[in-house]
Design a protein around this ligand. Structure first.
Ligand code: 2RA
Length: 339
């Protein structure tokens, strides 16, 4: 019978998208709990024509819950994830808290479903499954089908990341600042410490001693874990751009064996969860606006890397909705695999 589910962080941007995706995909559930912080407890919300009251997240929240979708930040996941597991719940965690824990599978269903093959509901045994970082998901949705064909030995990624990755408040601030700047007023900078409207800046994640920021190191480490290849060469530069909810990424791939662009294009056209937008005639390629609110990741600008001989490399350009495939959809596809 259908699982009992819980949504942790239901009032946030990803939490709200969890509900949209659950409904869009007719995810089966016998009951659903709407969980959030004390601050949000008591709020009413309607979901699938039923009225719910948001409950404060407590250990007891997980009694009788088969699957809990978490997107409430790393500290909430660290505190309540293990508590939920003890009570027999399978946690699909959108935070970075457990992604690099070797006991925790880090899963993109179209890419490495085998990583979670021994986790199923109904066994009474809880578990944690980690949702990768949004920019990693979007990149690997396009890079993996090519990797499986010709084995990527080096990947260079430049990201152009949307406001939604920093939460609903960042999206609101982008809109507010844009109005303010157009009206000649000083921009309100509460979320980011600098103007965002009509600007771009290095991703707001903290910078580590090696000069990379945490967002870039997620791309490096998560790719190695998901592809199960600790030697693959990955480097990344992550930039925040004034776009609402879809990330764009320029990806350069160097392969072990040759892969020509026509073969690559055919592979991508047949790849699950990927759509190819690659029209050189009309200069029509993926854009954030075109993928926003959609499930598929769009790939274009597929071309041989002319700095390498013998079709050893490709450049591609990828766009994907950060809140949907980058977070909520991927997590719910993981939950579907538990059924
Ligand atoms: C971002 N990936 O886009 C991070 C957090 N979701 O800022």
């Amino acid at each position: 019978d259908a699982p009992s589910i819980a949504v942790v962080g239901v009032t946030g941007a990803v939490g709200q998208e969890f509900l949209s995706v659950l409904s869009d995909r007719d995810f089966p559930y016998s009951s659903i709990k709407m969980l959030a912080s004390k601050r949000s407890a008591g709020r009413r919300l309607t979901f699938e024509n039923n009225e719910y009251v948001v409950e404060e997240l407590t250990p007891e929240s997980f009694d009788g819950v088969d699957i809990a979708l978490f997107s409430a930040g790393g500290s909430i996941s660290k505190k309540f994830g293990p508590i939920a597991v003890e009570r027999g719940t399978i946690v699909v965690d959108n935070s970075s808290a457990f992604r690099m824990d070797e006991k925790v599978p880090l899963v993109i269903p179209e890419v490495n479903p085998e990583a979670m093959e021994n986790i199923k509901i109904g066994t009474g045994k809880g578990a944690i499954i980690a949702n990768p970082n949004c920019s990693t998901i979007i990149c690997l949705m396009a890079a993996t089908p090519l990797h499986k064909k010709a084995k990527v030995v080096r990947m260079v990624v430049s990201t152009y990341q949307a406001a939604s990755g920093a939460g609903a408040a960042a999206m609101e601030e982008l809109e507010l600042q844009t109005r303010e700047v157009l009206e000649g007023r000083p921009p309100t900078c509460k979320i980011f410490n600098q103007q965002y409207a009509f600007n771009i800046f290095s991703h707001n994640a903290s910078v580590l001693p090696n000069g990379y920021n945490e967002e870039e190191m997620k791309m490096v480490k998560e790719t190695r874990k998901i592809w199960n290849d600790k030697d693959i060469k990955v480097t990344a530069t992550c930039i925040r751009v004034p776009v609402m909810r879809a990330h764009a990424e320029s990806v350069n791939l160097q392969f072990e064996s040759p892969l020509d662009e026509d073969t690559a294009r055919d592979i991508l056209k047949n790849a699950p969860g990927v759509v190819v937008i690659d029209d050189r005639e009309s200069n029509h390629f993926p854009t954030p606006l075109e993928v926003s609110n959609k499930d598929d990741v769009a790939v274009g600008r597929i071309r041989q890397d002319l700095s390498l001989d013998g079709n050893q490399g490709l450049d591609i350009f990828v766009c994907g909705d950060q809140i949907r495939k980058g977070a909520a959809l991927n997590a719910i596809q993981i939950a579907e695999m538990l059924l």
